[in-house]
Design a protein around this ligand. Structure first.
Ligand SMILES: C[S@@+](CC[C@H](N)C(=O)[O-])C[C@H]1O[C@@H](n2cnc3c(N)ncnc32)[C@H](O)[C@@H]1O
Length: 240
């Protein structure tokens, strides 16, 4: 190692949201971080020794360039390659074991998975952190033969996010609205999972009121059943 490398090799710190994504990555996995932006996640994974190589990919030049800059700054250019790619378009199946897609909307994450059929391989792990519409992502996963192996809520900067670990199992399933909104969160075991679901309830109740005002009685009725079930699940632990 040259002195210059030593000087530049400061250690990166992640916020709690990205830390939980990092926790879901397998030791020694080859990682592809899709929508990497600043590339903090792969830099952390390599610096901590959890993994030895990663691809940091982004669709936009600007974020990718800031990622490349950070990769250089933290002295890990030999272990992380940066790639301009729309989703997984420029990434081959044999280049990665664990794929992280974090900080994007749930629908965009679905479209990235949809465009990469090689993810239909039980050995691949998907670490997904949707910023919006997690229920659409969960429904998509189950409908297309993936299952959520693990899910956990995490708090960062006053917001609560959910992080999922999914893999292909080959069994397609249609989720009920309740299951799509609750996922694999465990409100009885983890206080933050409970808080996350309480926030889901608040927004569903608002939506329910809106439906009543707009005279969408049928939709309102079905949503009120979901609300009731989530309420029961949070407070009584029943999973319907
Ligand atoms: C909000 S940042 C998230 C950065 C990081 N993953 C995180 O969670 O902190 C979203 C990034 O996704 C990138 N992005 C959006 N659509 C993408 C796509 N289809 N393929 C790859 N990257 C994409 C954007 O350019 C942006 O840099």
């Amino acid at each position: 190692m040259f002195w210059g490398d030593f000087v530049n090799r400061n250690t990166i710190r992640l916020d709690r949201r990205l830390s939980l994504c990092a926790e879901f990555v397998r030791n020694g996995a080859a990682v592809a971080d899709i929508g990497t932006d600043h590339a903090y996640l792969p830099i952390y994974l390599v610096q901590s020794g959890k993994i030895s190589r990663a691809i940091a990919a982004d669709i936009n030049k600007g974020p990718l360039e800031s990622g490349i800059e950070a990769i250089k700054q933290y002295g890990v250019s030999d272990k992380i390659s940066a790639r301009l790619s729309n989703g997984l378009e420029k990434i081959k199946s044999d280049e990665c074991d664990d794929i992280v897609i974090a900080g994007m909307g749930g629908e965009l994450i679905c479209s990235i998975i949809e465009a990469a059929p090689w993810l239909q391989d039980g050995d691949k792990h998907l670490i997904l952190q949707p910023m919006t519409r997690p229920e659409i992502l969960r429904s998509y996963l189950y409908k297309n033969g993936y299952e959520i192996i693990r899910e956990q809520a995490v708090e960062s900067d006053g917001r609560i996010y959910t992080v999922m670990l999914a893999a292909f199992c080959g069994k397609a399933e249609t989720l009920s609205d309740f299951s799509a909104r609750v996922g694999r969160l465990k409100p009885q075991e983890r206080e933050l999972d409970k808080e996350y679901l309480e926030r889901v309830l608040v927004s569903l109740k608002k939506k329910h009121n809106g439906l009543l005002c707009s005279d969408s009685k049928e939709e309102a009725e079905s949503l009120s059943l979901t609300i009731e079930k989530i309420n029961e699940y949070i407070n009584g632990g029943k999973n319907g």
